[in-house]
Write a protein that binds this ligand. Structure first.
Ligand SMILES: Nc1ncnc2c1ncn2[C@@H]1O[C@H](COP(=O)(O)OP(=O)(O)OP(=O)(O)O)[C@@H](O)[C@H]1O
Length: 256
């Protein structure tokens, strides 16, 4: 046994979190949208955030992205963050590759953009105009633009919600493989319970401004089938969706 193996586990410090919010609140007028919220995200962790409409998901994501100017500096956030939104937000008057390196300085080379686009499966469209891209292609470009910045924290704000089912599944596979390769911490905001269960290590449910539930998925991706069934019921319960899924089942004549 060498020296290293004798060090007790407790003596190994936890890696410091990429995100740490303690007792964080955000108030708009009379509405307390985030209320004394605690959140930590470890380096390289993939976290999904579920919540009903209006529960504060986007407010939280904007805070973490540094897009909320009224939030002070009392948060621990990483230096490099990048966000992918539901709409790709590409500038239509710039080529796809120019969008990918936008803001990175004049010396950033075209071949760097092209290789990032290659990585997201869009190498053949590197010189295209954004308006000629499909929805899925535009989101690939948006992912390339995020990843080229080598973010410690990648924020995904319902990035697949506007895509058709097949494209969405392909994008899930792409995001997972990019995450496995680059290992940023990820916070994925989604309404889709299945998406959260397929992609994340940990799922949070936001309700009335706080984390109302937390589920950690130990099983590796690809062999989560048995865990997912019980988790789905629990998450739908936390989201208050059991009644709705019952109503839906009545509509289509199938048991939920
Ligand atoms: N700038 C603002 N000024 C006033 N109220 C706001 C502002 N931004 C958000 N809100 C309010 O905060 C609440 C939470 O909004 P938020 O967009 O964070 O919810 P969400 O969970 O992302 O909803 P959805 O799933 O529908 O996108 C809403 O009631 C919204 O009207």
């Amino acid at each position: 046994m060498n020296e290293l193996t004798r060090i007790p586990l407790a003596a190994v410090p936890d890696p410091s979190p990429v995100v740490r919010l303690r007792g964080f609140s955000r108030v708009f007028g009379d509405t307390r949208v985030l209320d004394d919220l605690d959140l930590e995200i470890a380096p390289g962790e993939f976290v999904a955030l579920l919540g009903r409409s209006g529960s504060g998901k986007t407010t939280l994501l904007r805070t973490l992205a540094g897009l909320d100017p009224s939030v002070g500096q009392d948060l621990r956030l990483p230096g490099t963050r990048a966000t992918v939104f539901q709409d790709a937000r590409l500038l239509p008057w710039k080529r796809v590759w120019q969008n990918v390196v936008l803001g990175l300085g004049k010396r950033t080379r075209r071949d760097l953009a092209a290789s990032a686009l290659e990585e997201v499966g869009l190498g053949h469209r590197w010189d295209a105009w954004p308006l000629t891209l499909s929805g899925g292609e535009a989101q690939r470009a948006s992912l390339a633009r995020a990843l080229i910045r080598k973010p410690e924290l990648l924020l995904l704000d319902e990035p697949f919600a506007a895509l058709d089912a097949l494209t969405r599944i392909r994008m899930h596979a792409l995001v997972l493989s990019l995450w496995q390769q680059h290992r940023p911490a990820v916070l994925l905001v989604t309404h889709d319970v299945e998406e959260a269960m397929a992609l994340a290590d940990r799922i949070l449910v936001l309700d009335r401004g706080r984390i109302a539930a937390e589920e950690r998925i130990g099983a590796p991706r690809g062999s989560r089938g048995s865990v997912i069934r019980s988790l789905r019921a629990s998450l739908l319960g936390h989201l208050g969706l059991q009644t709705e899924s019952g109503v839906y089942a009545d509509l289509i004549g199938r048991k939920p």
